[in-house]
Ligand binder design. Structure first.
Ligand code: FES
Length: 322
């Protein structure tokens, strides 16, 4: 049974910009006569590649625009799927996406209500979700700062960010300035400041540690998995699939996703390590052992969704809306 968890969106590549070394920026529009779905800052889409690979890219444009923008880093490791995007995907070509979905929401309204300052921390291509966040912060009249770290000549979107954010933007060009001093940036922030961060795992880890030291609220999106914790329920458990009318047993050495698919229930998936959010599945009943790198502690406590490529039951039986 097919149960796509996010709607498909068919788009056309209308522009391809290679002016920043190591990055390709794509502009996408809906097919004629169709509209692009709404999205909010921090959202990403799944790109469904012809090989079957599914890869996630943050939307780097502005919500409400009839153009979507993706920034793709050319990775040395082709496993990331960037080679096809950077070398084969050309203007005029059709592309199928799923989403958009948001695991990295930006609460401009909440910050405005409390008068909370906002610090946006980006490294490299991690700038993409922070572009619409910075624009939203400016629109909402927030006291915000954007710190953008990267290598000389390889910082995509820099000119437009300088024009849009002026003195609120600080660049940390590694060849010129060395690494951004995250302890100093966050240590000198006002109490109540909210921090939003995106970039490589080491950058996020350092920023998270600096935010914790400074007692600041920290929000991020990880594209690299955190270490898996030992399972809470070490034995096999049953998973009832309410929509399919099936119950399957998941042994300790296999994932729910594997067992569900083996039983003919299709779930869109990509990373298989709990970082991309593609296999998000609604939960109807049961205690959960969340082992993903996506949900916040509050979202985990709600227990209404799980990422079945890595997360498990914390009890003998759970019920999923599959
Ligand atoms: S497939 Fe990526 S979170 Fe499950």
């Amino acid at each position: 049974m097919n149960r796509p968890i996010a709607s498909d969106v068919d788009v056309i590549v209308t522009h391809r910009d290679t002016s920043t070394e190591g990055v390709v920026v794509f502009e996408l529009r809906a097919k004629e006569g169709e509209a692009l779905p709404d999205w909010t800052p921090g959202a990403h889409v799944d790109v469904l590649q012809p090989s079957g690979l599914v890869r996630q890219y943050s939307l780097a444009g502005q919500p409400g625009s009839d153009v979507w923008r993706l920034g793709v880093l050319r990775e040395a490791d082709a496993r990331g799927g960037s080679t096809w995007m950077c070398d084969s995907l050309q203007e005029g070509q059709a592309l199928r996406l799923a989403g958009p979905r948001t695991h990295f929401p930006f609460d401009a309204e909440g910050a405005a209500k409390l008068g909370a300052p906002v610090i946006l921390l980006a490294a490299g291509i991690g700038i993409t979700p922070l572009i619409p966040m910075a624009a939203e912060a400016a629109k909402a009249g927030l006291d915000y700062r954007l710190h953008y770290s990267g290598h000389e000549g390889r910082m995509a979107f820099l000119a437009e960010l300088e024009a849009a954010h002026g003195r609120r933007l600080t660049t940390h060009v590694s060849e010129r300035d060395g690494r951004a001093d995250l302890d100093a940036i966050l240590g000198s922030a006002e109490p109540g400041t909210r921090v939003y961060c995106c970039g490589p795992a080491r950058f996020i880890d350092a920023a998270e540690a600096a935010a914790a030291k400074a007692g600041l609220e920290f929000h991020t999106e990880r594209f690299e998995a955190e270490a898996l914790t030992p399972p809470i329920w070490p034995g096999p458990f049953d998973v009832e699939l309410a929509m399919s009318g099936l119950t399957v047993t998941v042994p300790p050495e296999r994932s729910i996703l594997d067992v569900v698919e083996e039983n003919g229930v299709f779930v869109l998936s990509s990373c298989h390590e709990g970082t991309c959010g593609t296999c998000e599945t609604p939960v109807l009943e049961g205690e959960l052992d969340h082992r993903d790198s996506i949900l916040t502690p509050q979202e985990r406590a709600r227990g209404d969704v799980m990422f079945i490529c890595v997360s498990r039951a914390a009890c003998p039986r759970i019920v999923l809306d599959l």
